[in-house]
Design a binder for this molecule. Structure first.
Ligand code: HEC
Ligand code: HEC
Ligand code: HEC
Ligand code: HEC
Ligand code: HEC
Ligand code: HEC
Ligand code: HEC
Ligand code: HEC
Length: 450
């Protein structure tokens, strides 16, 4: 190294620092700008909210647009609405809000406001005004990252496929993911009953379907069987605590002690990505699980049941990685047809439009790029998202058949993928991309219609 290069390098180091600082500032600026549109989240400039979104994400989108105006006191709301919306009023009358043990009656106006022309749809902060403990526990989930109820709305609107696909197809995302915005997901309005929320039915409107078959796996478990056989005789007014229930429900396990926090114990999370189950953080979570199971079972017995889940996961990842390797091999040999540049580009994927590349696996973001793909890529997506996640939930919830079926399906899918790959390799020339690939259903749709 020459003597003069040292000060010159120091100057470059400054340059790098300045560029980094500017890049970070520009990044923040870009994110703030992106969030400034009519929609919500990172892509808010690319979509318009439908009116119904006002009820799913009230703080962002609700504004009263009806013909009623005037200021009313609580009893007046009840009176007029008993004729107008009798179901709402009957539920409210049956709720603790109408007859609290202590404190004043919580009339309609406590949540919706007095001024009919400026009604509000109460989000979680309104409930939090009187139920600070539950609200704070709920918000605390944000510390644990995804997945969690508190972050669910952001998660949905920031998922590229939420904006890439026609909104009419994906509107329901927000109906489930609205769990982040308001408190009427598990205790439905206007009963707002703790007893209702303790039952498994409170969760399964959202926790069902192939990527998250929590309903199926729970009802197939020994716990679910007990619930189905005798649950209608249990006293649901009791809190979720040791000795109060013979078998656990979703909330008993995931919100033990009535804590409004579902994200603090999870080790494998959604099952999308391999984790190390033995980190010190995960050992703490395991201890919490075991403590909860020990309300009814022996601690060592419970630890062994949870070890069964780890073993199931350990068996699943190599199958998924083997399929991923097949796909990546085909990609490097240019054999995935239609190739990424023959497909309609995702509207949001600017780099992808310039440097088209098939996305494979978790880290390349395949979970948002699963339509407009070649058949073998879709096979892998289904293996990963449906068969794998089904097996995980089976093992987590004690449904042996779901584990067996999930692994059988994963094995079959892997065989099929290998066979299809072999066929693709043996063809002299790759099949031409069909015309529908060049101009697809989703091409440019977003910009014009979302
Ligand atoms: C004199 C009758 C009357 C009184 C009093 C009254 N409302 Fe209404 N309210 C209506 C009518 C009519 C509608 C339906 C028309 C509409 O959709 O705006 C309505 C609609 C609503 C809605 C649904 C709004 C939406 O966008 O879906 C809410 C919430 C509501 N009222 C709450 C209240 C509250 C809270 C009070 C008391 C502060 C109250 N109402 C008092 C007649 C009344
Ligand atoms: C404890 C809070 C609370 C009280 C008290 C309350 N509401 Fe509501 N109400 C809600 C919530 C939460 C929603 C759903 C908000 C959303 O969809 O974003 C709602 C929605 C509504 C809607 C629109 C949804 C529908 O199903 O039509 C009407 C109408 C309504 N309330 C009327 C009333 C009336 C009338 C009363 C009094 C008898 C009342 N509310 C009392 C919390 C409350
Ligand atoms: C103005 C204060 C206030 C607001 C706002 C409020 N609550 Fe309540 N809530 C109460 C009171 C008071 C009770 C009854 C406590 C008692 O009986 O001692 C109660 C009870 C409850 C219960 C227990 C019911 C049971 O079965 O034991 C639930 C659940 C609940 N509220 C949910 C909500 C939700 C969800 C919201 C927002 C949509 C909300 N509350 C808004 C004051 C409020
Ligand atoms: C209105 C829909 C809805 C209801 C009702 C609902 N959830 Fe969820 N839940 C979600 C969504 C959406 C996510 C995923 C959020 C995300 O993308 O990060 C989720 C995530 C979860 C997670 C994953 C947390 C983690 O860290 O892995 C658990 C556990 C959970 N919910 C338990 C429950 C239980 C128990 C109930 C019933 C007492 C319930 N949920 C009711 C929508 C709901
Ligand atoms: C039936 C209710 C439901 C619908 C509809 C739904 N989701 Fe979810 N979603 C969930 C649940 C429940 C989970 C959590 C799964 C778990 O932890 O087992 C989840 C998980 C997710 C996750 C991954 C969790 C994370 O945070 O890492 C993303 C991303 C997501 N959903 C986005 C969407 C998008 C985008 C749509 C619409 C195309 C959508 N969801 C439609 C219920 C739903
Ligand atoms: C994922 C489902 C779920 C969501 C979302 C949810 N709750 Fe609950 N809530 C429950 C369950 C389950 C219980 C019963 C807990 C128990 O047995 O100790 C409960 C009980 C309550 C109680 C009664 C507590 C007591 O000790 O009597 C209040 C108040 C309450 N919830 C308020 C809220 C508020 C405020 C929100 C929004 C921040 C909310 N809940 C969102 C499931 C939920
Ligand atoms: C006996 C206790 C128990 C019951 C009952 C139960 N779960 Fe689970 N659940 C678990 C365990 C243990 C896991 C695996 C956690 C992990 O990966 O660390 C899990 C995983 C999950 C996950 C994935 C993310 C997470 O937070 O761990 C969701 C979502 C979920 N369960 C929802 C539900 C729903 C909805 C029901 C009711 C239909 C239910 N569970 C019933 C114990 C239970
Ligand atoms: C509220 C009580 C309760 C809690 C909490 C509970 N269980 Fe159970 N569990 C039962 C009952 C009751 C049965 C059915 C009787 C039996 O087989 O022991 C059962 C059965 C089982 C079975 C099937 C038994 C077998 O031999 O095939 C498994 C597995 C299981 N539980 C695992 C767990 C795990 C893991 C946890 C914690 C994540 C847990 N349980 C939490 C009450 C509970």
């Amino acid at each position: 190294m020459s003597t003069s290069s040292r000060p010159r390098m120091a100057r470059y180091a400054w340059g790098v620092l300045v560029v980094t600082v500017l890049a970070i500032a520009a990044g923040y600026g870009w994110v703030a700008w992106s969030k400034g549109g009519p929609g919500d989240g990172l892509y808010s400039r690319l979509w318009q909210p439908d009116k119904v979104f006002g009820y799913w994400h009230p703080v962002r989108f609700y504004g009263y647009e009806g013909p009623m105006s005037g200021r009313f006191e609580g009893p007046q709301c009840v009176e007029c609405h008993s004729a107008l919306t009798p179901g709402v009023v009957a539920d409210w009358r049956a709720s603790r809000h109408a007859t609290p043990k202590d404190g004043k009656t919580v009339y309609c106006d406590s949540c919706h406001g007095n001024d009919h022309a400026k009604l509000r749809m109460p989000d979680k902060t309104v409930c939090g005004g009187c139920h600070a403990t539950q609200h704070a526990q709920f918000q605390d989930e944000r510390r644990f990252g995804f997945p969690s109820h508190a972050l669910a709305t952001e998660r949905a609107v920031d998922a590229p496929h939420f904006v890439d696909k026609p909104k009419a197809e994906v509107t329901a995302c927000l109906q489930c993911h609205s769990v982040a915005s308001k408190c009427d997901s598990c205790h439905t309005r206007h009963l707002f009953s703790a007893a209702e929320a303790r039952r498994p039915e409170a969760c399964i409107t959202c926790h069902s379907g192939p990527p998250h078959p929590d309903d199926e796996t729970f009802f197939a478990s020994a716990h679910g069987k007990r619930y189905l056989a005798e649950g209608d005789k249990w006293d649901w007014s009791k809190p979720l605590a040791k000795g109060n229930y013979k078998a656990p429900t979703c909330a008993y396990c995931h919100m033990s002690g009535g804590k409004h926090q579902v994200a603090d114990k999870t080790i494998w999370k959604f099952g999308l990505q391999e984790v190390n189950p033995l980190t010190s953080g995960n050992q703490v979570r395991r201890t919490q699980w075991v403590a909860m199971c020990s309300d009814c079972h022996d601690a060592e017995w419970s630890r062994q049941q949870l070890a069964g889940l780890d073993a199931e996961r350990k068996r699943a990842w190599p199958l998924l990685y083997a399929a991923e390797r097949e796909l990546k091999g085909l990609r490097s040999d240019g054999l995935l047809h239609p190739t990424a540049d023959e497909r309609p580009p995702y509207p949001l994927d600017k780099p992808g439009a310039l440097f088209a590349r098939e996305r494979i696996g978790y880290f390349e973001g395949q979970s948002s790029a699963f339509y407009n793909v070649s058949p073998i890529e879709r096979d892998y997506f289904e293996m990963w998202y449906f068969d794998n996640l089904g097996a995980y939930k089976g093992a987590a919830h004690g449904a042996p058949d779901a584990v067996a079926r999930g692994h059988e399906k994963m094995n079959t899918a892997l065989e099929n993928i290998k066979q299809k790959a072999q066929t693709l390799r043996q063809q002299d020339k790759p099949p031409a991309a069909a015309p529908w690939w060049a101009e697809g259903e989703y091409t440019g749709h977003n910009k014009e219609h979302n």
